[in-house]
Design a protein around this ligand. Structure first.
Ligand SMILES: C=CC(=O)SCCNC(=O)CCNC(=O)[C@H](O)C(C)(C)COP(=O)(O)OP(=O)(O)OC[C@H]1O[C@@H](n2cnc3c(N)ncnc32)[C@H](O)[C@@H]1OP(=O)(O)O
Ligand SMILES: NC(=O)C1=CN([C@@H]2O[C@H](COP(=O)(O)OP(=O)(O)OC[C@H]3O[C@@H](n4cnc5c(N)ncnc54)[C@H](O)[C@@H]3O)[C@@H](O)[C@H]2O)C=CC1
Length: 328
């Protein structure tokens, strides 16, 4: 087989270099399923992967925590040539060559059959960010959230997780408040279904107060840090906060008061090692009742392998809106 193209990073003297390289199938890591990748997507974690002090475990590496495409070869009976599949996270793009490549090879245990109701392209517009938004909402609902409980706040709302959470929640009949640092994107957030828009500062705790006015029935929080501190203090009695991210910081100071006086729940959201049974449920829901209404509208920006470095820089600076699809 002829060579194919992959975006490869390497680390030399604490500096990361990237280039598009020709690879052969024999360069790919071991695995039972070889996939012709149609689309990947760029997540915040891919931005972290390109930093010198990085989450990548070995170099050279093909980053890309998401991919979707068609099986070209499988030694596992669950998958056959021609099957359309999705792979997100696990070790993809961290210690195992990932999705920024025309071909990928992975263990069968990581592979999700494309659910009916989604195209390969839609699956990657969603990607890990969409999966995480849906998993967050699923967990909030498992903990009692319904549209009757009141307003749900989505933080980091113009980002990948945030945009898709706003869309899904509003489609499901929730009153959605969205917080964003980007004044220019209020129209975008309203188009996705947000009823109210709050500034980043309004949802950041700068005084360490343990309790505030009870404003939100629940929150989807990809920001963390002092925003999470604020959310814990402003969640209504019995409500929940689903935390998935750290764009606002990894450190969180908390007191026991919201938990013991208001019975609130702090739900940790992990998409990376999410068990396969739950993973399949989340993808089925994303293909049906949780399928966002605006996937083909302002959420998506499509790029080539060549454009990855500029997007990665923007994502780390908080300058990207919605989701970035990489077309092979
Ligand atoms: C799409 C998903 C996301 O975007 S999540 C956000 C991106 N991820 C991160 O920013 C996390 C990156 N990890 C770190 O920064 C560090 O691991 C740390 C700060 C969380 C902890 O660092 P420390 O040096 O104290 O410990 P180790 O790195 O040696 O890890 C300790 C222990 O935890 C295991 N571990 C590390 N990363 C993960 C992970 N992402 N998920 C689950 N477990 C993780 C690691 O293997 C070690 O366990 P051991 O049993 O010893 O192997
Ligand atoms: N737990 C998990 O399994 C997952 C975690 N994540 C995490 O969720 C977060 C968001 O991921 P994506 O949506 O892919 O990223 P993104 O880059 O698309 O969105 C990030 C959002 O955070 C905002 N932001 C940036 N800096 C901020 C700050 N200092 N304060 C408040 N907001 C800030 C940005 O403006 C943007 O709206 C990241 O931390 C990522 O690592 C994402 C997917 C899965």
């Amino acid at each position: 087989m002829e060579k194919f193209r992959a975006f490869v990073i390497d680390k030399q003297e604490d500096k990361i270099q990237s280039e598009i390289k020709p690879l052969s199938l024999t360069d790919l890591p071991e695995g039972d399923v070889t996939i012709k990748v149609a689309y990947s997507s760029i997540n915040y974690k891919d931005g972290l992967a390109t930093l010198p002090k990085s989450i990548v475990r070995n170099y050279p590496m093909v980053p890309g925590i998401d991919l979707a495409g068609t099986v070209v070869e499988s030694s596992n009976e669950s998958f056959k040539k021609g099957d359309e599949v999705i792979v997100t996270s696990y070790e993809l793009g961290i210690s195992h060559f990932g999705g920024f490549s025309e071909y990928a090879r992975v263990p069968a245990e990581w592979v999700v059959p494309l659910p009916e109701g989604l195209t390969i392209k839609e699956a990657m517009i969603l990607g890990t960010a969409g999966f995480t938004a849906a998993l967050s909402i699923l967990r909030l609902e498992e903990n009692g959230l319904t549209p009757k409980n009141g307003k749900v706040l989505v933080t980091g709302a113009t980002g990948g997780v945030g945009s898709i959470a706003v869309d899904i929640l509003s489609k499901k009949g929730y009153e959605v408040a969205a917080s964003s640092g980007k004044k220019s994107e209020h129209g975008y957030l309203k188009q996705l279904g947000a009823k109210e828009i709050l500034s980043r500062e309004e949802v950041t705790s700068d005084d360490g107060k343990p309790l505030r006015k009870q404003l939100f029935a629940a929150a989807v929080d990809p920001v963390g840090g002092k925003t999470l501190e604020y959310l814990l203090s402003a969640t209504k009695y019995g409500g929940s906060v689903a935390v998935s991210g750290l764009t606002g910081g990894a450190e969180v100071a908390a007191s026991v008061y919201p938990f013991i006086l208001r019975g609130i729940n702090l739900l940790g959201i992990d998409s990376v090692y999410c068990p396969m049974e739950k993973r399949l449920t989340v993808w089925e829901r994303l293909a049906s009742d949780m399928k966002p209404a605006n996937l083909d509208k302002g959420i998506v920006n499509e790029v080539s392998l060549e454009e990855i470095p500029s997007i990665v820089e923007k994502i780390l600076n908080g300058e990207v809106r919605g989701r970035t699809l990489v077309k092979m």
